[in-house]
Design a binder for this molecule. Structure first.
Ligand code: G6P
Length: 468
């Protein structure tokens, strides 16, 4: 079998014997998809050092080799915190008001992509399939092609691809559209994302549609398709079934006594709608005073990108919101919102999902959202809970039996919480069954297999000589 080379900004190097919790959906999903392949995973080490070496650190872990590089403080500031997370992230999530474009950040983003390409090119073998992940690395294929790499190169975008009028507000938008067309295959989470990017390429770069998702852009052929990312269903189910043995889960459940549990699990990110969700829960208690004392909401929110100003402000906002709601509604023997910023490993999360009558997944915008899928899979077939899901999460397209809500409307979310809490078991089962069956069919292996078999087809396509 050909070697698979994965490239992503964040690399989940398994530390022997460690229980480290990987941050974010990408690292978790790619790690799980990779278990079936042999190959190399290349990216940032997570370390920031003065004068980083251009030689990667290579770590062997059985069938998978990890090659990681450090970033300088300037690279980290401009490429990662700056352009990737203060310009691309908000715009891809439709948050124009939060976007902060700076020319020096963009130059840093291009520079790091060029350095990554130079380091990676030395590790590539002629038969390798190259699979690049996420918005940090949009120009990577373009840089690799410039160095003469002719292997099939695929790209998967884990976050939303916005409508052209939103994306094109980014001063570097045309550059980035040109660069992305250097990938052979571009995978997006949903069909609307595919539509947005394809239309943009057609309108801005005069790309010619060739049918079946293929486009000719500047004389090069690329293909755009949706591949909704899945989860490790077998592993998650097993973790949920065995979670009773876990001390944190046992003690949390004992602490609940007869109270019903609402759960939310998200990285602390403005795209996740955490303060808005808390206000919806407050609304729920305001209009259902008989439920005060009977329902507890646990929100688990590990901190993220703390060096970025908007994340720091969000952290303050959430702290204030929790304080205000608990202060005004709480009683000495009842705290409505339990807010924790620690990251928990899978056995704990799976157990808490299973114990929760309602899973609250209400992002303002999300590429997919794997928590929604994990919550569904963690439920017992005896007495499943109810998923309240934002219609602006990619997952809503595969989970239409959830209670779909508009996260901007806290009255609607409050009403859905009430419906979920009162929903009879028969209806809960009826909604849950098709969802868990779909999640089982469309799991993380299905996602990786589909993408890679499509990418394999590009071996047979004749290539143009590299651009100089
Ligand atoms: C999202 C992104 C990933 C990213 C993760 C965590 O899931 O799609 O690319 O790795 O968030 O964010 P961080 O900035 O910590 O890598």
């Amino acid at each position: 079998m050909a070697r698979l080379v994965i490239v992503s900004n964040r690399v989940a190097v398994p530390e022997d014997g460690s229980k480290a919790v990987a941050a974010g959906g990408l690292a978790v999903a790619v790690k799980e998809a990779f278990t079936a392949y042999e190959g190399l995973w290349f990216g940032w080490s997570g370390n920031v050092v003065e004068d980083p070496s251009t030689e990667p650190t290579v770590i062997d872990r059985g069938r998978v080799q990890y090659a990681v590089v450090d970033l300088s403080p300037q690279d980290h500031r401009e490429y990662y915190s700056g352009f990737a997370n203060r310009a691309l992230w908000p715009i891809m999530h439709y948050r124009l008001g939060l976007g902060a474009f700076s020319r020096s950040d963009y130059a840093g983003y291009q520079r790091v992509n060029r350095t990554f390409a130079r380091t990676l090119a030395r590790l590539i073998e002629p038969d390798d399939l190259i699979w690049v992940h996420d918005y940090h690395l949009l120009p990577l294929a373009s840089e690799l092609r410039g160095l003469g790499i002719a292997n099939p190169i695929g790209y998967f975008h884990h976050i939303p691809w916005p409508a052209a009028d939103v994306f094109n507000t980014l001063p570097a938008s045309t550059d980035l559209l040109r660069a992305i067309a250097d990938y052979d295959l571009i995978g997006l989470q949903t069909d609307p994302d595919v539509h947005n990017l394809s239309r943009n390429l057609i309108d801005e770069l005069r790309a010619i549609p060739l049918g079946g998702g293929s486009l000719m852009v500047d004389g090069r052929r690329t293909r755009i398709r949706s591949f909704p990312i899945g989860i490790d269903v077998a592993g998650f189910k097993e973790a949920a079934e065995n979670a009773g043995a876990n001390k944190t889960v046992r003690e949390t459940m004992a602490g609940l006594r007869t109270r019903k549990l609402l759960i939310g699990v998200d990285r602390l990110d403005y795209s996740k709608g955490v303060p808005e969700r808390m206000e919806a829960v407050e609304r729920f208690f305001a209009s259902n005073p008989d439920q005060r004392g009977n329902v507890v909401y646990i929100q688990i929110t590990p901190k993220s990108r703390t060096e970025v100003q908007e994340y720091e402000e969000l952290s303050r906002e959430v702290n204030e919101t929790v304080g205000e709601i608990n202060g005004s509604l709480g009683e000495p023997n009842w705290t409505p919102i339990q807010y924790v910023t620690k990251a928990y490993p899978r056995p704990v999360l799976a157990g808490l999902y299973r114990a929760a009558r309602v899973g609250l997944v209400t992002p303002m915008r999300d590429g997919m959202n794997l928590v929604a899928k994990e919550y569904v899979v963690a439920q017992s077939d005896e007495d499943p809970g109810v998923l309240v899901l934002s219609k602006f999460a990619g997952a809503a397209r595969q989970l239409p039996e959830a209670l779909l809500v508009n996260p901007y409307d806290r009255f609607e979310v409050a009403e859905a919480i009430r419906t979920a809490l009162y929903m009879p078991r028969s209806e809960r089962l009826e909604r849950w069954k098709p969802m868990v069956e779909r999640m089982t069919r469309e799991d993380v292996d299905w996602w990786a297999r589909n993408f890679l078999s499509d990418l394999e087809n590009f071996r047979t396509i004749e290539r143009e000589p590299p651009r100089t």
